[in-house]
Design a protein. Structure first.
Length: 70
């Protein structure tokens, strides 16, 4: 799933039961987000809330939510 995390684009995928998070650049390139670790027991419907809690320091009045993007 592709997310906008308080203005930062990330892609979250589950591969073989392990959550992987990548930063997404405007040119389509991705790099692993070593600073965003999602435990394997987190369910897909909990990912947005978990990432929001983990990255809440990134929030600003203008960018105050985590949302799914295309």
């Amino acid at each position: 799933m592709k997310l906008d995390v308080f203005g930062t684009r990330v892609e979250v995928t589950n591969r073989n039961g392990e959550w992987l998070v990548f930063y997404s650049g405007p040119d389509g390139k991705k790099r692993k987000a070593e600073d965003i670790l999602i435990p394997n027991h987190i369910l897909q419907n909990e990912v947005i809330s978990y990432v929001g809690d983990l990255c809440h320091e990134w929030a600003t009045p203008e960018k105050s939510e985590v949302k799914v993007v295309e």
